[in-house]
Design a protein around this ligand. Structure first.
Ligand code: SLL
Length: 245
């Protein structure tokens, strides 16, 4: 029997989603954490998967996130099935958190792994360290991308639907909640910013920054290629010398 239209794959189409995996940590004080904790726990922290600012609702594609913590935690494997995809804990040490992302069933995609280093100590430039100490907040975020190749008709419809931006619409204050229209009759969004599933033009997770990284990577590839060429040449010379001896 032929596959239902809805699950048929759309050829030559690829749709991607950018999102953030991050953590925040802070030093525990009697003020910010009055509850008792094991005495060796000095830090509070949270780890999360979140959309880019002004990005689409993640639940169109992300169904659940499994966070695998260090084995010193009770129930080290924790699954969150609705936003915010986040775990909050206290502890004493840094470690790598393994994340497993589960996708919407109409995507036909297998779960994917990601890893995130939980940072508890201030890091980065002198200026960043100063700010983190002053705010008692260490934020470590990475921008990630998932690519859906030849998505099903159903899944593509979800990933291109207007509803995934509904949460960003300006509140009307009326009973309908959201969906204010401006004078030009167009829907208005919070902060006056048009939502987008694309990386923003500027800022830390922007197209400009992505290009800078790609350029750096392509330069690194060229350098590595040159080094490999060099090594191959040397190996060939050695062989020739040995054969001549
Ligand atoms: C470190 N290699 O020593 C790491 C280990 C362990 C993290 C980090 C407490 C867990 C608990 C905790 O912070 N574990 O007591 O439930 O830096």
């Amino acid at each position: 029997m032929p596959a239902a239209t809805s699950s048929r794959r759309v050829k030559n189409t690829r749709i991607s989603r950018a999102f953030i995996i991050g953590s925040q940590s802070w030093t525990l004080t009697p003020e910010n954490h009055p509850e008792p904790t094991p005495t060796n726990h000095t830090k509070g922290w949270r780890v999360y998967v979140r959309p880019l600012d002004h990005g689409p609702d993640m639940t169109t594609w992300l169904k659940k996130v499994q966070f695998k913590l260090h084995h010193t935690y009770a129930d080290a494997s924790r699954t969150i099935e609705a936003p915010p995809f986040q775990i909050q804990e206290t502890g004493y040490g840094e470690f790598d958190i393994e994340l497993r992302l589960y996708f919407d069933s109409s995507s036909g995609e297998k779960a994917q792994y990601r890893s995130h280093r939980l940072r508890l100590e201030p890091f980065g430039s002198e200026e960043n360290v100063k700010r983190q100490v002053a705010d008692n907040l260490v934020t470590a975020e990475q921008c990630e991308i998932v690519e859906f190749n030849e998505p099903s008709t159903d899944f593509l419809a979800k990933l291109t639907a207007e509803e995934q931006f509904a949460h960003l619409l300006k509140k009307t204050g009326g009973s309908k909640g959201r969906g204010a229209k401006g004078r030009n009759g167009k829907l208005e969004y919070e902060g006056g910013k048009e939502p987008s599933a694309n990386l923003p033009e500027r800022g830390p997770w922007s197209k400009a920054e992505e290009k800078r990284w790609l350029d750096t990577l392509s330069l690194a590839h060229k350098n590595i290629d040159a080094m490999i060429n060099d090594e191959n040449k040397k190996a060939q010379e050695r062989r020739q010398r040995l054969e001549a001896a």
